[in-house]
Design a protein around this ligand. Structure first.
Ligand SMILES: Cc1cc2nc3c(=O)[nH]c(=O)nc-3n(C[C@H](O)[C@H](O)[C@H](O)COP(=O)(O)OP(=O)(O)OC[C@H]3O[C@@H](n4cnc5c(N)ncnc54)[C@H](O)[C@@H]3O)c2cc1C
Length: 477
Protein backbone atom coordinates (compact mmCIF):
# COMPACT_ATOMS: atom_id res chain seq x y z
CA UNK A 1 0.00 0.00 0.00
CA UNK A 2 1.69 3.21 -1.17
CA UNK A 3 0.63 6.56 0.31
CA UNK A 4 1.97 9.75 -1.30
CA UNK A 5 1.58 13.52 -1.07
CA UNK A 6 0.75 15.70 -4.08
CA UNK A 7 1.78 19.26 -3.34
CA UNK A 8 -0.36 21.73 -5.36
CA UNK A 9 1.37 24.97 -6.32
CA UNK A 10 0.77 26.73 -9.66
CA UNK A 11 -1.23 23.75 -10.93
CA UNK A 12 -4.69 24.18 -9.39
CA UNK A 13 -6.49 21.65 -11.57
CA UNK A 14 -7.09 17.93 -11.79
CA UNK A 15 -7.04 17.69 -15.61
CA UNK A 16 -3.71 17.28 -17.42
CA UNK A 17 -1.73 17.84 -14.24
CA UNK A 18 1.60 16.05 -14.71
CA UNK A 19 2.65 15.43 -11.09
CA UNK A 20 -0.88 14.61 -9.95
CA UNK A 21 -1.28 12.14 -12.79
CA UNK A 22 1.98 10.38 -11.89
CA UNK A 23 1.05 10.39 -8.21
CA UNK A 24 -2.27 8.72 -9.03
CA UNK A 25 -0.67 6.10 -11.22
CA UNK A 26 2.11 5.23 -8.84
CA UNK A 27 0.25 5.03 -5.52
CA UNK A 28 -2.84 3.75 -3.74
CA UNK A 29 -3.61 6.77 -1.59
CA UNK A 30 -2.95 10.43 -2.27
CA UNK A 31 -2.86 13.36 0.08
CA UNK A 32 -3.45 16.42 -2.13
CA UNK A 33 -2.26 19.44 -0.20
CA UNK A 34 -2.08 23.18 -0.80
CA UNK A 35 -0.12 25.32 1.63
CA UNK A 36 -1.31 28.87 2.11
CA UNK A 37 1.62 31.20 2.44
CA UNK A 38 1.77 33.92 5.03
CA UNK A 39 2.25 36.35 2.16
CA UNK A 40 1.78 39.48 4.21
CA UNK A 41 5.11 38.89 5.89
CA UNK A 42 6.95 37.40 2.96
CA UNK A 43 5.72 38.97 -0.25
CA UNK A 44 4.84 42.60 -0.64
CA UNK A 45 4.18 41.65 -4.23
CA UNK A 46 0.58 40.54 -4.21
CA UNK A 47 -2.76 42.05 -3.33
CA UNK A 48 -6.47 41.32 -2.86
CA UNK A 49 -7.17 40.60 -6.55
CA UNK A 50 -4.77 37.70 -6.89
CA UNK A 51 -5.61 36.36 -3.42
CA UNK A 52 -9.33 36.47 -4.26
CA UNK A 53 -8.73 34.57 -7.48
CA UNK A 54 -6.68 32.02 -5.53
CA UNK A 55 -9.57 31.51 -3.06
CA UNK A 56 -11.93 30.75 -5.95
CA UNK A 57 -9.42 28.33 -7.49
CA UNK A 58 -9.02 26.46 -4.19
CA UNK A 59 -12.80 26.24 -3.78
CA UNK A 60 -13.13 24.79 -7.25
CA UNK A 61 -10.15 22.44 -6.81
CA UNK A 62 -11.63 21.15 -3.56
CA UNK A 63 -14.97 20.40 -5.28
CA UNK A 64 -13.27 18.76 -8.26
CA UNK A 65 -11.18 16.50 -6.03
CA UNK A 66 -14.26 15.47 -4.05
CA UNK A 67 -16.02 14.56 -7.29
CA UNK A 68 -13.37 11.88 -7.97
CA UNK A 69 -13.18 10.64 -4.39
CA UNK A 70 -10.38 12.79 -3.00
CA UNK A 71 -10.14 15.61 -0.47
CA UNK A 72 -8.04 18.76 -0.62
CA UNK A 73 -6.00 19.30 2.56
CA UNK A 74 -5.23 22.93 3.29
CA UNK A 75 -2.46 23.97 5.60
CA UNK A 76 -0.73 27.31 6.17
CA UNK A 77 2.81 28.39 6.85
CA UNK A 78 6.28 27.62 5.58
CA UNK A 79 5.75 25.02 2.84
CA UNK A 80 8.77 22.86 3.66
CA UNK A 81 7.97 22.74 7.38
CA UNK A 82 4.31 21.97 6.66
CA UNK A 83 5.22 19.17 4.25
CA UNK A 84 7.58 17.73 6.84
CA UNK A 85 4.78 17.73 9.44
CA UNK A 86 2.44 16.06 6.99
CA UNK A 87 4.95 13.30 6.29
CA UNK A 88 5.21 12.59 10.03
CA UNK A 89 1.40 12.58 10.37
CA UNK A 90 0.63 10.37 7.41
CA UNK A 91 3.74 8.23 6.93
CA UNK A 92 3.62 9.05 3.22
CA UNK A 93 6.87 8.04 1.58
CA UNK A 94 6.85 10.23 -1.53
CA UNK A 95 6.11 13.82 -2.46
CA UNK A 96 5.02 14.69 -5.99
CA UNK A 97 4.97 18.25 -7.30
CA UNK A 98 5.26 20.32 -10.45
CA UNK A 99 8.39 22.44 -10.64
CA UNK A 100 8.32 26.23 -10.46
CA UNK A 101 10.86 28.17 -12.49
CA UNK A 102 11.20 31.44 -10.57
CA UNK A 103 14.02 31.89 -8.05
CA UNK A 104 11.75 31.64 -4.98
CA UNK A 105 10.13 28.40 -6.14
CA UNK A 106 13.55 26.97 -6.94
CA UNK A 107 14.82 27.85 -3.46
CA UNK A 108 11.84 26.12 -1.79
CA UNK A 109 12.32 23.07 -4.00
CA UNK A 110 15.97 22.84 -2.96
CA UNK A 111 15.03 23.09 0.72
CA UNK A 112 12.45 20.34 0.24
CA UNK A 113 15.04 18.08 -1.40
CA UNK A 114 17.29 18.48 1.65
CA UNK A 115 14.50 17.73 4.12
CA UNK A 116 13.38 14.72 2.07
CA UNK A 117 16.85 13.32 2.11
CA UNK A 118 16.99 13.74 5.87
CA UNK A 119 13.62 11.97 6.26
CA UNK A 120 14.54 9.32 3.74
CA UNK A 121 11.58 9.97 1.47
CA UNK A 122 11.57 10.48 -2.28
CA UNK A 123 10.51 13.60 -4.16
CA UNK A 124 9.28 13.46 -7.76
CA UNK A 125 9.12 16.77 -9.60
CA UNK A 126 7.77 17.44 -13.09
CA UNK A 127 7.72 20.02 -15.82
CA UNK A 128 4.18 21.38 -16.02
CA UNK A 129 3.91 25.18 -15.89
CA UNK A 130 5.59 25.48 -19.28
CA UNK A 131 5.74 23.27 -22.36
CA UNK A 132 9.53 23.35 -22.15
CA UNK A 133 11.72 23.67 -19.08
CA UNK A 134 14.19 26.58 -19.12
CA UNK A 135 17.02 24.12 -19.80
CA UNK A 136 15.31 22.41 -22.70
CA UNK A 137 15.45 25.30 -25.17
CA UNK A 138 19.08 26.37 -25.45
CA UNK A 139 21.49 27.61 -28.11
CA UNK A 140 23.67 25.07 -29.96
CA UNK A 141 26.42 25.88 -27.49
CA UNK A 142 24.08 25.06 -24.61
CA UNK A 143 23.54 28.67 -23.45
CA UNK A 144 20.21 30.32 -22.66
CA UNK A 145 18.74 32.48 -25.43
CA UNK A 146 18.70 36.23 -24.86
CA UNK A 147 16.80 37.04 -28.03
CA UNK A 148 13.26 35.93 -28.80
CA UNK A 149 13.31 34.95 -32.50
CA UNK A 150 15.95 32.18 -32.33
CA UNK A 151 14.43 31.01 -29.03
CA UNK A 152 11.02 30.72 -30.71
CA UNK A 153 12.49 28.91 -33.71
CA UNK A 154 14.11 26.30 -31.46
CA UNK A 155 10.96 26.07 -29.32
CA UNK A 156 8.85 25.27 -32.38
CA UNK A 157 11.28 22.61 -33.62
CA UNK A 158 11.12 20.52 -30.46
CA UNK A 159 8.62 17.79 -29.77
CA UNK A 160 5.90 18.85 -27.36
CA UNK A 161 4.75 16.73 -24.40
CA UNK A 162 1.23 15.34 -24.92
CA UNK A 163 -1.90 15.93 -22.87
CA UNK A 164 -2.34 13.28 -20.17
CA UNK A 165 -5.34 10.96 -19.79
CA UNK A 166 -8.09 11.94 -17.37
CA UNK A 167 -7.80 10.98 -13.70
CA UNK A 168 -10.96 9.04 -12.85
CA UNK A 169 -10.57 8.29 -9.14
CA UNK A 170 -8.33 9.36 -6.33
CA UNK A 171 -8.39 8.18 -2.72
CA UNK A 172 -7.46 10.47 0.14
CA UNK A 173 -6.90 8.67 3.41
CA UNK A 174 -6.57 8.82 6.38
CA UNK A 175 -8.92 11.52 7.75
CA UNK A 176 -6.70 14.55 8.18
CA UNK A 177 -7.05 18.03 9.58
CA UNK A 178 -7.61 20.69 6.93
CA UNK A 179 -8.16 24.43 7.21
CA UNK A 180 -11.36 25.60 5.54
CA UNK A 181 -11.04 27.05 2.03
CA UNK A 182 -10.01 30.64 2.78
CA UNK A 183 -11.80 33.84 1.93
CA UNK A 184 -10.07 37.21 1.76
CA UNK A 185 -10.72 37.64 5.49
CA UNK A 186 -8.06 35.05 6.12
CA UNK A 187 -5.42 37.63 5.17
CA UNK A 188 -7.37 40.55 6.63
CA UNK A 189 -8.18 41.82 3.13
CA UNK A 190 -11.31 43.06 1.44
CA UNK A 191 -12.24 42.71 -2.18
CA UNK A 192 -11.18 45.74 -4.21
CA UNK A 193 -12.08 44.87 -7.82
CA UNK A 194 -14.56 42.92 -9.88
CA UNK A 195 -12.30 40.08 -10.97
CA UNK A 196 -12.82 37.36 -13.58
CA UNK A 197 -14.44 34.04 -12.55
CA UNK A 198 -11.92 31.56 -11.14
CA UNK A 199 -11.58 27.76 -11.23
CA UNK A 200 -10.89 25.00 -13.71
CA UNK A 201 -14.38 24.93 -15.23
CA UNK A 202 -14.47 28.66 -15.94
CA UNK A 203 -10.96 28.47 -17.42
CA UNK A 204 -11.89 25.60 -19.74
CA UNK A 205 -14.99 27.48 -20.91
CA UNK A 206 -12.87 30.55 -21.71
CA UNK A 207 -10.47 28.40 -23.73
CA UNK A 208 -13.28 26.65 -25.65
CA UNK A 209 -15.08 29.92 -26.38
CA UNK A 210 -11.87 31.51 -27.61
CA UNK A 211 -10.93 28.57 -29.85
CA UNK A 212 -14.43 28.49 -31.31
CA UNK A 213 -14.59 32.22 -31.87
CA UNK A 214 -12.25 35.14 -31.39
CA UNK A 215 -9.01 33.32 -32.22
CA UNK A 216 -9.74 33.90 -35.91
CA UNK A 217 -9.60 37.66 -35.42
CA UNK A 218 -6.72 37.57 -32.93
CA UNK A 219 -3.91 38.56 -35.29
CA UNK A 220 -5.78 41.49 -36.76
CA UNK A 221 -7.49 42.79 -33.63
CA UNK A 222 -5.42 41.79 -30.61
CA UNK A 223 -3.98 45.28 -30.20
CA UNK A 224 -7.37 46.99 -30.17
CA UNK A 225 -8.34 47.11 -26.50
CA UNK A 226 -11.95 48.04 -27.23
CA UNK A 227 -12.48 44.91 -29.36
CA UNK A 228 -11.82 42.32 -26.63
CA UNK A 229 -10.65 39.52 -28.90
CA UNK A 230 -7.79 38.18 -26.78
CA UNK A 231 -8.15 34.89 -24.90
CA UNK A 232 -8.24 36.27 -21.30
CA UNK A 233 -6.39 33.12 -20.20
CA UNK A 234 -3.39 34.74 -18.50
CA UNK A 235 -4.66 34.18 -14.94
CA UNK A 236 -5.49 30.56 -15.80
CA UNK A 237 -1.96 29.94 -17.04
CA UNK A 238 -0.66 31.79 -13.99
CA UNK A 239 -2.56 29.66 -11.45
CA UNK A 240 -2.60 26.49 -13.52
CA UNK A 241 -6.36 26.17 -13.90
CA UNK A 242 -5.33 25.31 -17.46
CA UNK A 243 -2.12 23.65 -18.54
CA UNK A 244 -0.07 25.27 -21.31
CA UNK A 245 -0.45 21.96 -23.18
CA UNK A 246 -4.25 22.26 -23.14
CA UNK A 247 -3.96 25.72 -24.68
CA UNK A 248 -1.26 24.78 -27.18
CA UNK A 249 -2.91 21.56 -28.39
CA UNK A 250 -6.29 23.34 -28.51
CA UNK A 251 -4.62 25.68 -31.03
CA UNK A 252 -3.10 22.77 -32.94
CA UNK A 253 -6.54 21.14 -33.27
CA UNK A 254 -8.18 24.43 -34.28
CA UNK A 255 -5.47 24.90 -36.91
CA UNK A 256 -6.23 21.52 -38.50
CA UNK A 257 -9.76 22.55 -39.31
CA UNK A 258 -8.82 25.73 -41.09
CA UNK A 259 -6.35 27.44 -43.40
CA UNK A 260 -5.10 30.84 -44.59
CA UNK A 261 -5.91 33.89 -42.48
CA UNK A 262 -7.32 31.99 -39.54
CA UNK A 263 -4.35 29.67 -39.36
CA UNK A 264 -2.02 32.68 -39.38
CA UNK A 265 -4.09 34.17 -36.61
CA UNK A 266 -3.72 30.97 -34.55
CA UNK A 267 0.04 31.03 -35.21
CA UNK A 268 0.29 34.57 -33.91
CA UNK A 269 -1.57 33.49 -30.76
CA UNK A 270 0.85 30.57 -30.24
CA UNK A 271 3.67 33.08 -30.62
CA UNK A 272 2.44 34.80 -27.44
CA UNK A 273 2.54 31.48 -25.59
CA UNK A 274 6.18 31.28 -26.67
CA UNK A 275 6.85 34.81 -25.35
CA UNK A 276 5.50 33.55 -22.04
CA UNK A 277 8.05 30.73 -21.95
CA UNK A 278 10.80 33.04 -23.22
CA UNK A 279 10.35 35.37 -20.23
CA UNK A 280 10.08 32.43 -17.82
CA UNK A 281 13.41 31.06 -19.01
CA UNK A 282 14.96 34.54 -18.82
CA UNK A 283 14.01 34.79 -15.15
CA UNK A 284 15.17 31.24 -14.44
CA UNK A 285 18.58 31.82 -16.04
CA UNK A 286 19.02 35.47 -15.06
CA UNK A 287 17.28 35.91 -11.69
CA UNK A 288 19.11 39.23 -11.26
CA UNK A 289 16.52 40.85 -13.58
CA UNK A 290 14.25 41.17 -10.57
CA UNK A 291 16.68 43.71 -9.12
CA UNK A 292 18.42 45.19 -12.11
CA UNK A 293 18.19 45.95 -15.81
CA UNK A 294 18.76 42.90 -18.01
CA UNK A 295 20.88 45.06 -20.31
CA UNK A 296 23.99 46.54 -18.75
CA UNK A 297 24.06 49.39 -21.29
CA UNK A 298 21.90 51.70 -19.24
CA UNK A 299 23.28 51.17 -15.77
CA UNK A 300 23.83 54.92 -15.38
CA UNK A 301 20.39 55.92 -16.62
CA UNK A 302 18.90 58.72 -14.57
CA UNK A 303 15.42 58.14 -13.12
CA UNK A 304 13.29 60.74 -11.34
CA UNK A 305 11.59 60.57 -7.95
CA UNK A 306 8.10 62.05 -8.13
CA UNK A 307 5.50 60.58 -5.78
CA UNK A 308 2.68 62.82 -6.91
CA UNK A 309 3.18 61.88 -10.58
CA UNK A 310 3.33 58.20 -9.56
CA UNK A 311 0.06 58.57 -7.67
CA UNK A 312 -1.64 60.24 -10.64
CA UNK A 313 -0.46 57.39 -12.87
CA UNK A 314 -1.73 54.75 -10.38
CA UNK A 315 -5.10 56.50 -10.00
CA UNK A 316 -5.58 57.05 -13.74
CA UNK A 317 -5.69 60.85 -13.65
CA UNK A 318 -2.73 61.82 -15.83
CA UNK A 319 -4.84 63.67 -18.42
CA UNK A 320 -3.77 61.14 -21.10
CA UNK A 321 -7.07 59.33 -21.82
CA UNK A 322 -5.57 56.03 -23.01
CA UNK A 323 -3.24 55.83 -20.00
CA UNK A 324 -6.04 56.71 -17.59
CA UNK A 325 -8.41 54.19 -19.16
CA UNK A 326 -5.82 51.43 -18.74
CA UNK A 327 -5.04 52.26 -15.13
CA UNK A 328 -8.71 52.53 -14.25
CA UNK A 329 -9.46 49.17 -15.84
CA UNK A 330 -6.58 47.69 -13.86
CA UNK A 331 -7.88 49.20 -10.62
CA UNK A 332 -11.47 48.10 -11.30
CA UNK A 333 -10.84 44.56 -12.58
CA UNK A 334 -7.21 43.50 -11.98
CA UNK A 335 -6.69 43.23 -15.75
CA UNK A 336 -5.38 45.40 -18.58
CA UNK A 337 -4.95 44.42 -22.27
CA UNK A 338 -1.40 43.92 -23.52
CA UNK A 339 -1.28 46.95 -25.85
CA UNK A 340 -2.43 49.23 -23.03
CA UNK A 341 0.07 47.65 -20.61
CA UNK A 342 2.81 48.67 -23.05
CA UNK A 343 1.43 52.19 -23.39
CA UNK A 344 1.11 52.83 -19.64
CA UNK A 345 4.52 51.26 -18.97
CA UNK A 346 6.27 53.39 -21.59
CA UNK A 347 4.42 56.41 -20.26
CA UNK A 348 5.63 55.80 -16.70
CA UNK A 349 9.22 55.19 -17.72
CA UNK A 350 9.63 57.56 -20.69
CA UNK A 351 7.18 60.41 -20.06
CA UNK A 352 7.32 60.52 -16.27
CA UNK A 353 10.90 59.13 -16.08
CA UNK A 354 10.01 56.89 -13.11
CA UNK A 355 11.88 53.64 -12.62
CA UNK A 356 10.28 50.57 -14.20
CA UNK A 357 10.46 48.85 -10.83
CA UNK A 358 7.79 51.20 -9.44
CA UNK A 359 5.37 50.20 -12.19
CA UNK A 360 6.35 46.56 -11.94
CA UNK A 361 5.48 46.56 -8.24
CA UNK A 362 2.13 48.31 -8.71
CA UNK A 363 1.19 45.81 -11.44
CA UNK A 364 2.14 42.88 -9.19
CA UNK A 365 -0.13 44.25 -6.47
CA UNK A 366 -3.09 44.67 -8.81
CA UNK A 367 -2.94 42.12 -11.64
CA UNK A 368 -4.92 38.91 -11.24
CA UNK A 369 -2.46 37.35 -13.70
CA UNK A 370 0.55 38.96 -11.95
CA UNK A 371 3.50 36.76 -12.77
CA UNK A 372 7.03 37.63 -11.70
CA UNK A 373 8.64 36.60 -15.00
CA UNK A 374 6.10 37.98 -17.47
CA UNK A 375 5.62 41.19 -15.56
CA UNK A 376 9.33 41.83 -15.25
CA UNK A 377 9.77 40.94 -18.92
CA UNK A 378 6.96 43.28 -19.97
CA UNK A 379 8.26 46.16 -17.86
CA UNK A 380 11.85 45.81 -18.95
CA UNK A 381 10.74 45.44 -22.58
CA UNK A 382 8.76 48.68 -22.33
CA UNK A 383 11.51 50.53 -20.51
CA UNK A 384 14.03 49.45 -23.15
CA UNK A 385 16.29 47.75 -20.60
CA UNK A 386 15.17 44.12 -21.02
CA UNK A 387 15.90 40.96 -23.01
CA UNK A 388 15.12 41.67 -26.67
CA UNK A 389 13.43 44.86 -25.52
CA UNK A 390 11.92 47.68 -27.54
CA UNK A 391 14.86 49.84 -28.69
CA UNK A 392 15.16 52.74 -26.24
CA UNK A 393 14.49 55.29 -29.00
CA UNK A 394 11.15 53.65 -29.87
CA UNK A 395 8.99 55.74 -27.60
CA UNK A 396 5.29 55.19 -28.08
CA UNK A 397 3.30 58.37 -28.44
CA UNK A 398 0.08 57.93 -26.38
CA UNK A 399 -1.85 60.20 -28.76
CA UNK A 400 -0.91 58.35 -31.94
CA UNK A 401 -1.28 54.97 -30.21
CA UNK A 402 -4.87 56.01 -29.45
CA UNK A 403 -5.44 57.05 -33.06
CA UNK A 404 -4.19 53.68 -34.22
CA UNK A 405 -5.70 51.31 -31.67
CA UNK A 406 -8.75 53.05 -30.18
CA UNK A 407 -9.82 55.45 -32.95
CA UNK A 408 -13.48 55.53 -31.94
CA UNK A 409 -12.59 55.89 -28.26
CA UNK A 410 -14.48 52.67 -27.40
CA UNK A 411 -11.98 51.62 -24.77
CA UNK A 412 -11.44 55.10 -23.37
CA UNK A 413 -15.16 55.78 -23.03
CA UNK A 414 -15.68 52.48 -21.20
CA UNK A 415 -13.21 53.33 -18.46
CA UNK A 416 -13.19 57.14 -18.29
CA UNK A 417 -16.82 58.15 -17.88
CA UNK A 418 -15.97 61.90 -17.77
CA UNK A 419 -15.03 61.60 -21.44
CA UNK A 420 -18.12 59.78 -22.74
CA UNK A 421 -19.53 62.87 -24.43
CA UNK A 422 -16.23 64.00 -25.97
CA UNK A 423 -15.50 63.62 -29.70
CA UNK A 424 -12.93 60.75 -29.87
CA UNK A 425 -10.78 62.67 -32.36
CA UNK A 426 -9.77 64.78 -29.36
CA UNK A 427 -8.22 61.71 -27.66
CA UNK A 428 -5.69 61.48 -30.47
CA UNK A 429 -3.93 64.82 -30.18
CA UNK A 430 -2.40 66.77 -27.34
CA UNK A 431 -5.20 69.08 -26.13
CA UNK A 432 -4.84 72.84 -25.76
CA UNK A 433 -7.91 73.01 -23.50
CA UNK A 434 -9.56 70.64 -21.03
CA UNK A 435 -11.31 67.65 -22.67
CA UNK A 436 -14.06 67.76 -20.05
CA UNK A 437 -14.86 69.79 -16.95
CA UNK A 438 -13.84 67.04 -14.49
CA UNK A 439 -10.90 65.77 -16.47
CA UNK A 440 -7.33 67.04 -15.89
CA UNK A 441 -5.01 68.62 -18.44
CA UNK A 442 -2.10 66.33 -19.44
CA UNK A 443 0.42 65.99 -16.65
CA UNK A 444 3.34 66.45 -19.12
CA UNK A 445 4.04 67.43 -22.71
CA UNK A 446 4.83 64.16 -24.48
CA UNK A 447 7.03 65.75 -27.18
CA UNK A 448 9.24 67.48 -24.62
CA UNK A 449 9.55 64.41 -22.36
CA UNK A 450 10.43 62.24 -25.35
CA UNK A 451 13.43 64.45 -26.10
CA UNK A 452 14.46 64.35 -22.46
CA UNK A 453 14.30 60.55 -22.48
CA UNK A 454 16.38 60.28 -25.64
CA UNK A 455 18.98 62.58 -24.14
CA UNK A 456 19.12 60.54 -20.92
CA UNK A 457 19.48 57.23 -22.76
CA UNK A 458 22.15 58.63 -25.04
CA UNK A 459 24.03 60.05 -22.10
CA UNK A 460 23.83 56.73 -20.24
CA UNK A 461 25.05 54.87 -23.31
CA UNK A 462 28.01 57.16 -23.69
CA UNK A 463 28.77 56.48 -20.06
CA UNK A 464 28.93 60.24 -19.58
CA UNK A 465 26.90 60.27 -16.41
CA UNK A 466 28.98 61.08 -13.40
CA UNK A 467 29.61 58.61 -10.62
CA UNK A 468 27.65 60.83 -8.25
CA UNK A 469 24.44 60.10 -10.21
CA UNK A 470 25.08 56.37 -9.88
CA UNK A 471 25.55 56.79 -6.17
CA UNK A 472 22.33 58.85 -5.89
CA UNK A 473 20.46 56.19 -7.86
CA UNK A 474 21.75 53.40 -5.63
CA UNK A 475 20.82 55.36 -2.52
CA UNK A 476 17.30 56.01 -3.82
CA UNK A 477 16.55 52.29 -4.35
C1 LIG B 1 4.25 45.93 -18.70
C2 LIG B 1 3.67 44.55 -18.91
C3 LIG B 1 3.41 43.73 -17.82
C4 LIG B 1 2.87 42.44 -18.00
N1 LIG B 1 2.62 41.67 -16.90
C5 LIG B 1 2.11 40.42 -17.07
C6 LIG B 1 1.86 39.59 -15.94
O1 LIG B 1 2.15 39.93 -14.80
N2 LIG B 1 1.28 38.38 -16.16
C7 LIG B 1 0.95 37.95 -17.42
O2 LIG B 1 0.39 36.85 -17.57
N3 LIG B 1 1.21 38.70 -18.50
C8 LIG B 1 1.78 39.92 -18.36
N4 LIG B 1 2.02 40.69 -19.47
C9 LIG B 1 1.80 40.12 -20.81
C10 LIG B 1 0.41 40.36 -21.43
O3 LIG B 1 0.07 41.70 -21.33
C11 LIG B 1 -0.68 39.51 -20.80
O4 LIG B 1 -0.27 38.16 -20.73
C12 LIG B 1 -1.96 39.56 -21.64
O5 LIG B 1 -2.40 40.90 -21.76
C13 LIG B 1 -3.03 38.72 -20.97
O6 LIG B 1 -4.23 38.77 -21.68
P1 LIG B 1 -4.72 37.52 -22.53
O7 LIG B 1 -4.65 36.28 -21.73
O8 LIG B 1 -6.03 37.91 -23.12
O9 LIG B 1 -3.59 37.47 -23.64
P2 LIG B 1 -3.56 36.82 -25.09
O10 LIG B 1 -3.18 37.90 -26.03
O11 LIG B 1 -4.78 36.07 -25.38
O12 LIG B 1 -2.29 35.86 -24.99
C14 LIG B 1 -2.34 34.49 -24.60
C15 LIG B 1 -1.34 34.21 -23.52
O13 LIG B 1 -0.02 34.42 -23.99
C16 LIG B 1 0.77 35.00 -22.96
N5 LIG B 1 1.16 36.36 -23.38
C17 LIG B 1 0.43 37.25 -24.09
N6 LIG B 1 1.13 38.37 -24.30
C18 LIG B 1 2.32 38.20 -23.74
C19 LIG B 1 3.49 38.99 -23.61
N7 LIG B 1 3.56 40.22 -24.14
N8 LIG B 1 4.53 38.51 -22.93
C20 LIG B 1 4.51 37.27 -22.41
N9 LIG B 1 3.44 36.46 -22.49
C21 LIG B 1 2.36 36.91 -23.14
C22 LIG B 1 -0.10 35.07 -21.73
O14 LIG B 1 0.10 33.90 -20.97
C23 LIG B 1 -1.50 35.10 -22.32
O15 LIG B 1 -2.49 34.61 -21.48
C24 LIG B 1 2.59 41.98 -19.31
C25 LIG B 1 2.86 42.81 -20.41
C26 LIG B 1 3.39 44.08 -20.21
C27 LIG B 1 3.66 44.95 -21.40
Amino acid sequence: MRRVIHWFRRDLRITDNTALWHACNESDEIIPVYILSTWKKRHSWTGPNRQEFLCGCLESLSRNLEAIGGRLILRAGDPVQELEKLIHETHADRIYFNRGTDPYSIEVQQQLEQVSEKLNIQTFSYKDTTIFDPNEVLTREGHPFRVFTPYARTWHQQEKPSILPKIRTLQTLPPLFSLPVPTLDYWGLTSESKIIESGEKAARKRLTDFLNGAIGAYREKRNFPGERVTSRLSQDLRFGTLSPRQVYFGCVEASKETSGTIRRSIDSYVNELVWREFYMQILAHFPGVLDDDFSDQFFALQWDENDSALKRWCDGVTGFPIVDAGMRELNATGFMPNRVRMIVAMFLTKDLHLHWRKGERYFMQKLVDGDMALNNGGWQWSAGTGADAAPYFRIQNPWSQTKRYDPAGLYIKTWVPELREVDPIRFTQSPTARLAKDYPMPIVDHAAERLKTLERFNRARRGAVSVSVRARRAAAM
